[in-house]
Design a protein around this ligand. Structure first.
Ligand SMILES: [Zn+2]
Length: 95
């Protein structure tokens, strides 16, 4: 969630722009800021939120495409089986 003014900041549970960013520990200082969608509301600098998102994407890429000699843990494939109520036409295969 984007935070662009004092009202948004207050509703995110942050008392002032002097509070530190939990990622870089520097004062939040100025808008825009980003609040995470986690169960605990956390407010970051926009650049720090982008850095966190990038790190997650890089980790996910390595997970789905591990370097040699490791093999993929699983692969998502379209199933030829008929549609079912729970998974539609797609299923996880153990290959
Ligand atoms: Zn930060």
């Amino acid at each position: 969630m984007l935070i662009v003014n004092d009202d948004h900041l207050c509703r995110a549970g942050v008392k002032s722009l002097d509070e530190p960013c939990p990622y870089c520990s520097k004062a939040l200082a100025e808008y825009p800021l980003i609040m995470s969608d986690e169960s605990e509301q956390t407010v970051y600098h926009a650049a720090c939120a982008l850095q966190i998102a990038t790190e997650i994407l890089v980790d996910c890429f390595t997970f789905f495409s591990p370097p040699a000699p490791y093999t993929r843990l699983f692969t998502l494939t379209a199933s030829a089986s008929p549609l079912n109520r729970e998974g539609g036409g797609y299923a996880l295969n153990g290959s």
